[in-house]
Structure formats: C-alpha cells, structure tokens
Design a protein around this ligand. Structure first.
Ligand code: ADP
Ligand code: ASP
Ligand code: MG
Length: 812
C-alpha cells in the first residue's frame, strides 16, 4: 500500500486534477492507495482573506466568497461529465458552501473571529476538494480525516495527539480493502472538545505522513508542481535542479529552514517508521523526482541544498556583566520557551558577553519584552543592556551530510559572500556539521542564494552577469562576439554569460534573467530616456551576484562611476582609458578597492587593443622581474597615417582616412596631439610599478598648437595647410631610407612622446598599417628586449580584448 499526497498545485486546475486522476488510477492497478488531498491551490488563502474582510465589515467579502464558489463550480463542470454524478457532487458541495456563507455572514455581523471559527472556515477547502477528487476517480471512497487525525493543545497550540491518532487510524483502516481511499489533508479534530482543528499551514503533507507511518506504507509520495526537492527554491534560483536523493536529516534541515516543498513535521513520522518519501511532479509524472530515506549519498557534492527564511529578527542579549556568569543562557531560553517563542538560530561568542538569537519577526516584540522583564534587575544595574531586535533580516542555511568532517566549507562560503559584498551578521554551525546557517540583510537574500548556488553547485554552470555600457563599434562588436561564443562557453566551460544590462548615453535596459541579445538595439531605442546616474542607480539596486560592468565608451562621466561600482563589489572591465590614465591617486584608489574587495578592475585594451601588453607586464612583475625601459609605438592611428603618406596621399588625406576607417578616436586630434599615446604610456608605466602623471610626460608634437585650439571643423579646414611641408620632409626621409614613427618612451622615471626617424635596422622600422609595437627591457630581458607586436586598433579586436578580460574574471 502506498500513500500519495497531492498539494494545492495538483488540484488547482482542470489539467492538474486530470493528471492526478490518471496518476492515481495507474498506481491503483498494482496496489491499494490512499490519496491525501489539499484544498484547491490558493483556496486556503482565499478563505482566510474573505474572513478578514467579513470581520472588518468590508462588503467585498461577498464577492470574494462568490469567487470561491465559482472556482469550485467551474472545476466540477469541467471535469465531471456524468450528469448524475455531477449533480450529486454539486449538492454536497453547495451544502458546504452554504454553511460557509452563513459563517461569513455571521462574522460580518459580530465583527469578531475566534480561532475555532477560523479553523472551521479553513477546513472547507479540503472538505470540498476531497469530494471533487473522490467523484472524479473511479471506485474511490472518501474517508473523513476528522475521525482519526486528532490534536491536543500544548502551550496554547494544537499539536498532534500521536497515540490516539495512531490508534484511530488502525481502527478506521484495519480490515478495509478499498482500492482507492481519498482523505482530506490538513484538517483534524481536537481530542477533548471534538472541535475542528488543523495541522498548520501546509499540513496536508503531515496528514499523509501520519497515515503512511501508522499503516506502515511501502512509500509516501508527495506530488507537487516541481520536479522534486531542488537545490534551492526554483522560484528564486532559476538554475536550481532536482536533488536525486536526500537523507532524512538533510531533508529535515532544508524543510525547517523554509524549503516549502515539504511541511517540516512531515519527515519525522516516516523517518521513525523508516518509510521512504518520494517527491514527484504531477505535471511530469515520468520524472525521477527525489527520494528521501535513511541512506546518505556521497556523490562528491559538498552541500545538498540551500534554503532560507526571510522574516528573521535578530535579538542580542549583551553586557559585560554576562561574562562568566553561569545560567544566563538558561534564563534566556526558559523565558522564551515559557512565552512559547521558538528560536531557530543561536550564536554566542566565546567571550560570552553577547548571545544572538534568530527568530521570526512576529515573535520579536514579545521576545524583547519577556527578556527585558526577566533581566530587568541586571539592566537597571548596568550589567546588561536592554534587549532590542534588529529586523529586515534573512536566515540562510546550507545543508548536506558531506559537510561533516570536510575542511574549508565555511571558508569557501564566506569568501564567496565577501567577494559579492554580502555581510554576515551572525552565523551558527552545530556540532553535527550538517547545517551552516547565517543571518544577512534581507536586501541581499536573492543575491546570497544565487552566489552560493553558483559556487557550490558547479556541476551545473557558473554565471557571470554583465552590464555593457556603450553600444558603438566596440560595444556592438562585443555583444555579437558574446552571442556567438555563448553556447560554446556553456557547453565546454560551464560558464553562462548573462547580459543583464545594456546602456548607451541616453537609454538603458535591464533584465536580471538575461536580455534578448537579438533584439537589444530596438529594445534600447524604445526604452525610456535614462541618464548615466539612472543607469548607476539601477545597476546598484539590482544587486546582482558575480556582476561585471563593461565600459565600452570613451566617456569620463562613465569612468567616474567605477569607484562606486567597485565599492558595490561589481568588477569593472574598461576599454575606456580615462580612469586608468587620470590622476595617479584615482588609478591607485580603483586598484585598491578592487584588491580589497577581491574583485577585478581590468583594462587590457587601454593599450594596444587586443595585444597582451598589460597582462604581460603584470606577469613579469608578479614573477619578480623589473621593467627598466618601455619603448613603443602605441598609436595605430599615427602609425597608419605615417605609413600611408606618399606623394599621392597627403597628410590631411591620411588623417581623414584614419578617421573613416575607425582607427582614430572620433576626434582625431586626440591621436594627433599625442594625448592618446600619453595616456597609454602613463598606464603602462603605472602597471610597471611607477608613479607617474600625464603632465610628467615630455611631448614633442608635429602639428602646431593652434590647430588643437579651435573647433573640429576648423581643424579639418586648416589641416591641409600642413600638407606641403610634410611632403617635402617625407621626400627627404625617403632619400635617407628612414621611417617616421611616433614613439613613446619610459626610462629612469621619465617619459616622452615624440615623432622620431628610425633607420632600417631599428625594430620599429617595419611596422605595417596600424600595428603597435612594444619593446620591454627588463632585468630578465635586457640584452634582447621582449617584443610584442600586432594589430593595435580596430573595434572588433578591442572587443575581443574586452572579452578576454571578462574571461579572466570568470577564471577561464
Ligand atoms: P503543494 O501545493 O504541492 O503543497 P507547495 O507550494 O507547498 O506545493 O510547495 C511547492 C513549492 O515549494 C514549489 O513550487 C517551490 O516554489 C517551493 N520550494 C521552495 N524550496 C524548494 C526546494 N528546495 N525544492 C523544491 N521546491 C521548493
Ligand atoms: N490547504 C492547506 C494550506 O494551504 C494545507 C496544505 O495545502 O497542505 O496550508
Ligand atoms: Mg505544501
């Protein structure tokens, strides 16, 4: 015999209830089954809400009541097609609904509700649903759970009267051979007064477990709307997945901490009787689901699941007067127990001067009052401080039997949380080591669940959440590259790149589940206007884990956001060089924040687009080398210009070409003035370990100052004035078999940028097109300096370099 429990989600709609019928009927072919049913999904809530409206004299309770009637009628008409059967069922159901209506009318008159009438009202949900299910299933017989599920009052609460219930279950079921028995879950009866009671919200699971244990069922099946017990609540973590197996201990730990899929008291009766529980999906009956039994699995995973309670308050009982005094904890807990307050987390430091207690928000005020009374004398003498509660907190638990005797789990947990800017307010791990619980601020709950899931369940995939700012040539190309690499990264590296935000200077779009990359352009254009400040606020408010801000703009206001973003534990990847080349103080500040927060600020593409220059310098320095000299052609634009100059192509023409091909900055004067090269040289020197500012770089320009002073149009107009002189210089150079190169140098703490002539034997002589070259003289590479050479400009190469920085953050 087996017991099958179907939750509200499995009797809530035509589809689900028809699934239930076929699941039960096929199970009953082989053995007798007892089917425990909940009220139709959401009906218990509605019953409670309607009674509150009625008590408050809000006339809309009539309408709410009618909705309840219609919901049941519609379901009956849709699933019971035999008219005779349907009429018979409707007669029974309408009788119950009439009684319910009368109770509501009574409530509206007396404006008061007692626990007794509340229990009566909520009982109608299961009383009606069980009748519908019985009528629907051929050959089913309905048993009334009030006859055998009994409760008694302890500390003002209804709890199961186990012995009497056990005896009554045997009296009711022994000797019966009904193939399919339907039992309403949740409802019970007080053993003394015979009044209707219940087993608490979600209690149908418990009804089923009690019956399964008493009758020694072969298995207890809990049918719900998800594929089993999952690694976390799938409504919060969308990549949570089904856990194949849990031990009773693990399941208990997870349920007690808010995994709603099983009502916590359910496990104990079946654990005691050693009956396995299977959690199955009514909407996917063929799925494996989860098995819970006495075995522990060692599939190598450190933790099995994560659960949370989001209405936590933390009470702290503290005072130097508590140190070394025996009995304070005894008084705290007996006081709370006497007030019937349940505590789910306790943390006490070894110094003994404070004890923190995690409990539900509804109990917090009462708990403070009783404790302040208990310790009134100590508080008045200044030995202890008044007890206060901190609210808006959540408790998170990670659970798994494999955590036992396994070093490093707490380290990994807190490292992951810290890197994501999540502060742990209190934590507890019992000696059993199967559960680590900790308290955090409510606003970090979703992020916490995500980061833990991400870092402990690597077998699925790791997620990186990207905000891409700037969708010009570089940003646009980056988005395309991500789109084309995404599947491969997921398949081969288990890395999911989620673009959760895209912004340009006037619009921004966000989606924490990931934006639709195919349509981002139109979506962005049609989104409301949004400033850079709005974008910053939205990113920080999203508070999303493992996030990276990618700056593909050349905008200084965007660069100004980095410190703030890094402070919020968002890594920054910048193609924008403004920040790294601004004041040394700013540069050092950004690097420091990133270091302290264990996140990344990367800007490889600031110099040489996709060429690995900064990373090479970092690797040399980190492995103990010292950079003695840097010589480089760092402007693809200038190199392109000087390589293109010929008798037929004048200076002004080549500058125009460079701009049209996208090699130069939108305003080519930034390149011609050497400003861009100065910025790059400053960044390289800083990465090489030197403290230097842009003003320290000596500059020799080849274009007169006044051309830089006017407007851009003015510049284009006047540039041809230089063509003739340049051409005659070029001719001379050609005769001498030399080339012009705009060279950046750094040595002995001094930097310079200038137009130089290089002879045929110089390594910079052959530098085609817009290529860059960097010559690094170091202590190790002294006689033959290290040479890095290649394309140093272009949107798609820069985008690829940005992509490589993102991969560095993902640690691939
Ligand atoms: P039922 O009506 O079948 O009793 P419940 O709503 O009580 O269903 O429980 C199922 C819900 O529990 C799921 O829809 C899911 O959102 C939630 N849930 C929370 N934590 C977990 C978890 N770890 N695994 C599966 N479901 C979970
Ligand atoms: N119908 C009850 C509730 O919603 C019991 C249950 O569904 O388990 O709490
Ligand atoms: Mg439930």
């Amino acid at each position: 015999m087996k017991v099958m429990k179907f939750g509200g989600t499995s009797v809530g709609s035509v589809n689900s209830i028809l699934n239930l019928k076929s699941i039960v009927e096929s199970a009953a072919v082989n053995e007798n089954v007892i089917v425990v049913v909940s009220a139709l999904g959401g009906v218990t809530d509605k019953l409670i809400k309607t009674s509150q409206l009625a008590v408050n004299g809000d006339e809309s309770f009539n309408e709410e009541f009618q909705n309840i009637v219609t919901r049941h009628h519609e379901l009956i008409y849709s699933v019971i097609h035999c008219e005779e059967k349907r009429n018979e069922l409707l007669k029974e159901v309408d009788k119950l609904l009439n009684e319910l209506d009368n109770i509501y009318q009574g409530l509206a008159l007396i404006n008061n509700i007692t626990p007794k009438s509340e229990a009566t009202i909520v009982s109608y949900g299961e009383r009606i649903s069980s009748r519908i299910v019985t009528a629907l299933i051929d050959g089913a017989v309905r048993y009334n759970s009030r006859q055998f599920i009994r409760t008694e009052v302890k500390h003002g609460k209804n709890i199961l009267a186990s012995e009497e219930t056990d005896r009554l279950i045997h009296e009711t079921f022994d000797g019966k051979n009904d193939r399919i028995i339907v039992v309403p879950g949740f409802i019970a009866q007080d053993k003394e007064s015979n009044e209707i009671t219940n087993l608490g919200r979600g209690g149908s699971d418990y009804t089923a477990a009690i019956i399964a244990a008493a009758l020694n069922a072969e298995i207890l099946e809990i049918w719900t709307d998800v594929d089993g017990f999952m690694t976390a609540d799938p409504k919060v973590i969308n990549n949570a997945y089904t856990i194949e197996h849990l031990s009773y201990v693990e399941a208990t730990e997870l349920c007690n901490f808010g995994a709603k899929v099983v009502y916590p008291p359910t496990i104990y009766p079946v654990f005691k009787a050693n009956i396995p529980i299977a959690i199955k999906n009514t909407f996917n009956p063929g799925g494996d689901g989860t098995i819970i039994n006495a075995n522990s699995t060692s599939d190598g995973r450190l933790i099995k699941g994560i659960s949370s309670i989001n209405d936590t308050d933390l009470l702290t009982v503290q005072g130097l007067g508590m140190v070394g005094i025996v009995g304070v904890n005894h008084r705290i807990f007996s006081t709370l127990a006497a007030a019937d307050i349940s505590v789910f987390l306790v943390a006490q430091a070894s110094s003994e001067n404070s004890t923190s207690i995690g409990l539900r928000h509804v109990d917090a005020e009462k708990a403070c009052n009783v404790l302040n009374n208990e310790f009134a004398k100590e508080i008045s003498m200044g030995l202890m401080e008044p007890v206060t509660a901190a609210s808006d907190l959540s408790t998170v638990a990670i659970v798994g039997e494999n955590m036992r005797h396994n070093a490093g789990i707490i380290g990994k947990l807190f490292h992951t949380l810290g890197r994501n800017g999540i502060n742990v307010i209190a934590c507890a791990q019992g000696g059993q080591e199967t559960n680590i619980s900790f308290v955090i601020n409510n606003k970090f709950l979703r992020k916490t669940l995500n980061v833990i899931h991400d870092s402990f369940f690597l077998s699925e995939y790791k997620v990186l959440n990207l905000f891409i700012c700037g969708v010009g040539t570089v940003g646009g190309s980056l988005i395309e590259q991500i789109a084309s690499q995404r599947q491969k990264l997921l398949d081969e590296h288990r890395l999911k790149l989620n673009i959760v935000g895209i912004a340009n200077s006037r619009h921004a779009i966000f989606d924490r589940e990931g934006l639709d990359i195919a349509n981002y352009k139109s979506e962005l254009m049609n989104s409301p206007e949004s400033s850079i400040e709005d974008m910053r606020n939205s990113i920080i408010k999203m508070n999303i884990f493992n996030s990276v801000f990618v700056d593909c703009t050349a905008n200084s206001a965007v660069a100004d956001l980095y410190a703030d973003l890094l402070e919020h534990n968002i890594s920054v990847v910048a193609a924008n060089k403004i920040a790294a080349s601004s004041s040394y103080e700013k540069y050092a500040q950004l690097k420091n924040i990133a270091r302290q927060r264990n996140i990344k600020y990367l800007f490889e593409t600031n110099v040489g687009a996709g060429l690995p220059i900064i990373n090479t310098i970092n690797d040399l320095i980190n492995s103990g080398d010292k950079i003695l000299k840097i010589e480089a052609v760092l402007s693809g634009t200038l190199n392109f210009i000087f390589n293109m100059l010929s008798e037929d192509v004048s200076l002004s023409h080549t500058v125009r070409l460079a701009q049209e091909k996208g090699y130069s900055e939108p305003d080519p004067r930034i390149d011609l003035s050497g400003k861009d090269v100065i910025r790059k040289l400053v960044i390289l020197a800083r990465e090489a370990g030197y403290t230097i500012e842009q003003e320290d770089i000596e500059t020799k320009l080849f274009i007169p100052d006044e051309l830089f002073e006017g407007t851009l149009e003015n510049f284009w107009e006047r540039l041809p004035e230089l063509d003739a002189d340049f051409e005659s210089e070029r001719k001379k150079l050609e005769a001498e078999k030399m080339h012009w190169r705009f060279i950046a140098r750094f040595q002995d703490n001094k930097g310079s940028v200038s137009l130089c002539k290089v002879s045929q034997h110089h390594p910079f002589y052959n530098l085609e097109g817009s290529n860059n070259i960097v010559l690094l003289t170091t202590e190790r590479y002294k006689e033959y300096p290290m040479l890095i050479k290649g394309y140093g400009a272009g949107a798609s190469l820069t985008a690829a370099g940005v992509f490589a920085d993102i991969m560095r953050i993902a640690n691939i």
